[in-house]
Design a protein around this ligand. Structure first.
Ligand code: SAH
Length: 209
C-alpha cells in the first residue's frame, strides 16, 4: 500500500510514509469483510459513510502538515468515521481532537483507537462544523467530509501563526481539496485536487437528506 499507492503517486514526506507503515488499517476498516482494507479504493465505515482510499488520506495529511512539525501540535479532525485518520495523526505525534456526528461511529472509533494504542485521542460526538474551541487553536484542521464552503468557526480556531486547514469544498457530487493557511487575520486559500467525499452535515455545512 505504502510503496505502490502512496510513494508511487508522489507522497514523499518520510514521516507521513512511516505513519502509514505503522498504523494497521485493518484494525479500523475491516469489520464488515467488505474487501481488502489495504486496497486502492474507498471503504464503508458504517452508517452509510466511507473512508477515502489510502492515497487521499495521505495527501490530506501531507497538505495539513504544520510547518513546525507534528510533534505535540494540536490538530482537529472533523469526521472521525473509522478512526483511521485520527490514528495516523496520533502516530505522527499530534495532540488529536476528532469530532463525529454519528455517536455509534464515534464509540466504535474510540474503542479501536484505544485497542491500537491511541487512547489519548479525544473523540467528541457533535457537529464538527462548529469546531471544538476547547482543544484549539489548531496547527492543523482536517475536514474529511465535503461542504460548500469552509465553516467560519474552523477558520477562527486555526492557529493565527501559520495554521493550515484542508477540506474538500464543493457540491454534493464533486469537490476540490482546498488548503487554507492563516497568518494573523489573513487567510490564504489554494485549490488543489478534484475529490469526492461524503457530505459535511451540520450548521455550517449542508442539511441532511
Ligand atoms: N476520517 C474518517 C473518514 C470520515 S468519513 C476515517 O478516517 O475513517 C466522513 C465522516 O464525517 C462520516 O463519519 C460522517 O458521519 C462525518 N460527518 C459528516 N458531517 C459531520 C459533522 N458536521 N460533524 C462531524 N462529523 C461529520
Amino acid at each position: 500500500m505504502v510503496s505502490e499507492q502512496l510513494e508511487a503517486r508522489g507522497i514523499g514526506d518520510p514521516q507521513v510514509l512511516a505513519a502509514f507503515m505503522a498504523v494497521e488499517r485493518h484494525r479500523f476498516v475491516a469489520d464488515g469483510g467488505e474487501g481488502d482494507p489495504y486496497g486502492d479504493h474507498a471503504m464503508p465505515v458504517g452508517q452509510g459513510q466511507t473512508i477515502s482510499q489510502p492515497y487521499v488520506v495521505a495527501r490530506m495529511t501531507e497538505l495539513a502538515a504544520p510547518a513546525s512539525g507534528w510533534a505535540g501540535a494540536r490538530v482537529l479532525e472533523v469526521g472521525t468515521g473509522s478512526g483511521y485518520g485520527a490514528a495516523i495523526l496520533a502516530q505522527l505525534g499530534a495532540e488529536v481532537t476528532t469530532i463525529e456526528r454519528h455517536a455509534p461511529l464515534a464509540e466504535l472509533a474510540r474503542d479501536r483507537l484505544q485497542d491500537a494504542g491511541y487512547g489519548r485521542v479525544n473523540v467528541i460526538v457533535g457537529d464538527g462544523t462548529e469546531g471544538w474551541p476547547a482543544g484549539g487553536p489548531y496547527r492543523s484542521i482536517l475536514v474529511t467530509a465535503g461542504g460548500p464552503s469552509v465553516p467560519p468557526p474552523l477558520l477562527e480556531q486555526l492557529d493565527s501563526e501559520g495554521g493550515r486547514l484542508v477540506m474538500p469544498v464543493g457540491s454534493r457530487e464533486h469537490q476540490v481539496l482546498t488548503v487554507v493557511e492563516r497568518r494573523g487575520e489573513a487567510w490564504t486559500t489554494s485549490e488543489l485536487d478534484p475529490v469526492v467525499f461524503v457530505p459535511l452535515i451540520g450548521r455550517h455545512g449542508v442539511s441532511e437528506g
